[in-house]
Design a protein around this ligand. Structure first.
Ligand SMILES: [Zn+2]
Length: 134
């Protein structure tokens, strides 16, 4: 990976597993300008997970779609982006324990989101349920 400031080559100077997020954090240092920045190695859920709708149709799991629906439900909050980011990670970690062979029922995603939002912000949960009835 190249430097985000000067495009130079970089070396990994530190790394750590982040178990809850199922990712690896790395600290990189540029060989040219000596700047330091972080990277995260994450699974590509878009490539691995499929969502099964009630009619049996399959679509890729889209993390951005999950984020957007959570952000919309949290729009009344002052830290909506940060909240939706954390909630997205929570929902994905819960789905990871539920799904088998990368196949997830759309309804179980909705149920998981409703449960997470119920514990987080009642107004967000009510908003989400209004747009995602089961
Ligand atoms: Zn650099």
């Amino acid at each position: 990976m190249v430097c985000i400031y000067c495009n130079g080559e970089t070396d990994v100077i530190n790394s750590r597993p982040q178990k809850r997020l199922n990712q690896i954090w790395r600290r990189r240092k540029c060989q040219d300008c000596t700047a330091v920045f972080s990277t995260h190695e994450r699974a590509s859920y878009e490539d691995g997970w499929r969502v099964e709708a009630a009619n049996g149709s399959l679509t890729p799991f889209l993390k951005n779609k999950l984020f957007l629906s959570l952000h919309t439900s949290c729009a009344h909050r002052t830290q909506a982006i940060e909240d939706a980011t954390a909630l997205t990670n929570t929902v994905i970690s819960l789905l990871r324990t539920q799904n088998s062979q990368g196949l997830i029922e759309a309804n179980s995603i909705v149920l998981t989101i409703q449960e997470v939002l119920n514990n987080f912000d009642k107004a967000a949960a009510v908003h989400y349920q209004a747009f995602h009835p089961l």
